[in-house]
Design a protein around this ligand. Structure first.
Ligand SMILES: *[C@@H]1O[C@H](CO)[C@@H](O)[C@H](O)[C@H]1NC(C)=O
Ligand SMILES: *[C@@H]1O[C@H](CO)[C@@H](O)[C@H](O)[C@H]1NC(C)=O
Ligand SMILES: *[C@@H]1O[C@H](CO)[C@@H](O)[C@H](O)[C@H]1NC(C)=O
Ligand SMILES: *[C@@H]1O[C@H](CO)[C@@H](O)[C@H](O)[C@H]1NC(C)=O
Ligand SMILES: *[C@@H]1O[C@H](CO)[C@@H](O)[C@H](O)[C@H]1NC(C)=O
Ligand SMILES: *[C@@H]1O[C@H](CO)[C@@H](O)[C@H](O)[C@H]1NC(C)=O
Length: 438
C-alpha cells in the first residue's frame, strides 16, 4: 500500500512538471501571446498623440503602424510616410510607439498595428481628436441701452468637438439661455441667446458667457459684457431736521438717480426762482437755510433732467415757531384725508413720474410734522388711559361694575385720539393745501 501511494505521488509530480514545461513552451512558440495590443487615444487638437503597440511574446516578427487611410507610417523602426509630424518614439521586439504631433481633426480615425506573423495579426486603436472651442463672442449689445429696451445677447463659439456647452452668468449668478448647436464639418458651432428686458437695475451689470468643454478642463473660456443702461431721472428730497423751526437750520437734499446723471439739479420756490438771501445756500444738490424765518414758508421743488426725461420732487416748508416759546402748532392740523403712512414716517415728498406733476403726498408735509407732535400727545393720552384701566381693574376687584365702565373708556381711546388730531385744525393751513391742489 505504502509503495503504491509513493508511485502515484511520483507520477503526479512528473505529470505536473511536464505540463508546466509544455505550457511555457506553448506560450513561447504558440500564437496565444503573440498578439499586438493597443489602446484608444484621445488628444486635443494641436497636441501630440502617442500610439503604442505592444506584443507580450515576439520572435522578432516586425510590427507596423498604419493610418486610417491604410498608409504605412512605420514598419519597425523604418519610417514609411513622409510627414514631419510623425516620429518614432520606441521600437523594440516587444513595442512600436510612434508620435503624431500638432494633431489636426483630420488625423482622427482608426489606426492599425499589424504583427507580421502567418497570418498577420492586427489591433485597431481609435485616435479621437478634440476640437478646442474658440474664444466666445457676445453679440447684440447696444451700448448704451435705454431702460425698457429688449435686448438679445448672443454668445457664439466655433470649432468645438464634441459640441461645447455655453452658460450665462449675470454678475456671477447663472441664468438660463437658449442654446442652439449646428454642425459645421467635424466641429460644432454653438450659440446661446439671452433675452433681456433691461431696466435701471441692469446698469453696470456684467453678463458673462462661459464655454465649458472637455478640451478646456483647466481653463474655461469666457467673454463678459457690462450693460450700460440709460434711464430717466428719479428725484427725492431728503430733509433734516424733521421739524423745521424758526431760527434753526434746515437742509434739503435733492437725491437724484439717473443715467446719464442729471446734473445739476434746479431748485425753485413756489414756481419761481429761489429768493436771493444770505440765509439760503444752494450747493450742488443741497439747499440749506442757515436760519429759518417764517417768510421761508412755501413749496420747494427740485428738478432733474437728462435726455430721457425730467423728474421733480417737492417739499412743503412750514416753519414752526421758535422752539423757546411753546407754539400752538405743536398739535397736528386737521386733515381731510388720513395722513399717508409714509408721510407719518417723516418721509420726503417725492414725485416718481417723469413729468413734473405734483405728488399728492407733498400736501401731507404740514400734517406730517403735526402728526409727529400729535403722536406724542396721543401716547400721553394712551398712557393715561392705560393707568385708568389699571386703576379700574384694581377697583373692579372691589366693585365689579367699575370694570365695564372703564372698559368702555378704553374703547373710546382711539376715537378720542383722532378727535384731538381733527380738532387741532388751523384754517390758514387748510387754505394753503387748497392752493397746492390747484
Ligand atoms: C509620448 O511619448 C514620449 C516619449 O515616451 C513622452 O515624452 C510623451 O510625454 C508622450 N506623450 C503623450 C501625449 O503621452
Ligand atoms: C531577434 O533578433 C536578434 C538579432 O537581430 C537576435 O539577437 C535575437 O536573439 C532574436 N530574438 C529572438 C527571440 O529570436
Ligand atoms: C476604441 O474606439 C472604438 C471606436 O470609437 C471603439 O469601438 C472601441 O470599443 C474602443 N476600444 C476601447 C478599448 O475603448
Ligand atoms: C443652424 O441651423 C439652423 C437650421 O438649419 C439655421 O437656421 C441656423 O441659422 C444655423 N445656425 C448657425 C449658428 O449656423
Ligand atoms: C424774519 O424776517 C423778517 C423780515 O425779513 C425779520 O423782520 C424777522 O426778524 C426775521 N425773523 C427771524 C427770527 O429772524
Ligand atoms: C409760516 O408758517 C407759520 C406757522 O408756523 C405761520 O405762523 C406764518 O404766518 C407763516 N408765514 C407765512 C409768510 O406764510
Amino acid at each position: 500500500m505504502n509503495l503504491n501511494c509513493h508511485l502515484i505521488f511520483s507520477l503526479y509530480t512528473i505529470y505536473g512538471i511536464l505540463s508546466k514545461v509544455m505550457a511555457s513552451k506553448g506560450k513561447v512558440r504558440g500564437a496565444s501571446g503573440q498578439h499586438p495590443l493597443v489602446q484608444n487615444v484621445t488628444v486635443t487638437e494641436g497636441g501630440t498623440a502617442n500610439l503604442t503597440c505592444r506584443v507580450e511574446y515576439n520572435d522578432n516578427t516586425s510590427l507596423q503602424w498604419s493610418n486610417p487611410a491604410q498608409q504605412t507610417l512605420f514598419f519597425g523602426d523604418k519610417k514609411a510616410l513622409r510627414d514631419n509630424r510623425i516620429e518614432l518614439v520606441r521600437a523594440s521586439w516587444s513595442e512600436l510607439t510612434i508620435s503624431i504631433s500638432d494633431v489636426t481633426l483630420s488625423d482622427e480615425g482608426m489606426y492599425t498595428c499589424s504583427l507580421f506573423t502567418m497570418p498577420v495579426r492586427t489591433a485597431k486603436a481609435y485616435l479621437t481628436v478634440l476640437g478646442v472651442p474658440e474664444r466666445p463672442e457676445i453679440d447684440g449689445l447696444t451700448k448704451p441701452a435705454k431702460e425698457g429696451d429688449y435686448i438679445t445677447l448672443t454668445c457664439m463659439t466655433q470649432g468645438s468637438k464634441p459640441a461645447a456647452d455655453l452658460r450665462w452668468f449675470r454678475n456671477e449668478k447663472e441664468v438660463k439661455g437658449a442654446k442652439e448647436v449646428n454642425a459645421s464639418g467635424k466641429t460644432f458651432t454653438v450659440r446661446s441667446s439671452l433675452q433681456l428686458h433691461v431696466d435701471r437695475n441692469d446698469d453696470g451689470v456684467a453678463y458673462t458667457c462661459r464655454v465649458d468643454h472637455v478640451a478646456l478642463a483647466q481653463a474655461p473660456q469666457q467673454a463678459t459684457e457690462v450693460l450700460e443702461v440709460h434711464y430717466a431721472p428719479h428725484v427725492e428730497i431728503i430733509h433734516s431736521p424733521a421739524v423745521p423751526q424758526e431760527g434753526q437750520y434746515l437742509k434739503l437734499e435733492c437725491v437724484s438717480k439717473g443715467n446719464p446723471s442729471p446734473d445739476p439739479v434746479m431748485w425753485t420756490k413756489d414756481g419761481t426762482d429761489l429768493p436771493d438771501l444770505d440765509r439760503v445756500i444752494v450747493e450742488g444738490r443741497e439747499l440749506t437755510f442757515t436760519s429759518l424765518n417764517k417768510t421761508d414758508n412755501g413749496t420747494y421743488r427740485c428738478d432733474a433732467t437728462n435726455h430721457l426725461g425730467t423728474s421733480s420732487a417737492q417739499y412743503v416748508l412750514y416753519v414752526y415757531d421758535d422752539p423757546t416759546t411753546l407754539p400752538p402748532s405743536t398739535t397736528p392740523p386737521s386733515h381731510p384725508i388720513p395722513p399717508d403712512p409714509t408721510a407719518l414716517l417723516g418721509s420726503h415728498v417725492s414725485d416718481p413720474t417723469v413729468t413734473g406733476s405734483r405728488d399728492p403726498n407733498a400736501l401731507g408735509q404740514h400734517s406730517t410734522d403735526h402728526a409727529l407732535i400729535g403722536g406724542v400727545v396721543a401716547v400721553v393720552v394712551f398712557v393715561t388711559l392705560c393707568l385708568i384701566i389699571v386703576l379700574g381693574r384694581y377697583l373692579a376687584r372691589h366693585k365689579g361694575t367699575y370694570l365695564t365702565n372703564e372698559a368702555k373708556g378704553a374703547d373710546d381711546a382711539p376715537d378720542a385720539d383722532t378727535a384731538i388730531i381733527n380738532a387741532e385744525g388751523n384754517h390758514a393751513h387748510a387754505e394753503e393745501k387748497k392752493e397746492y391742489f390747484i
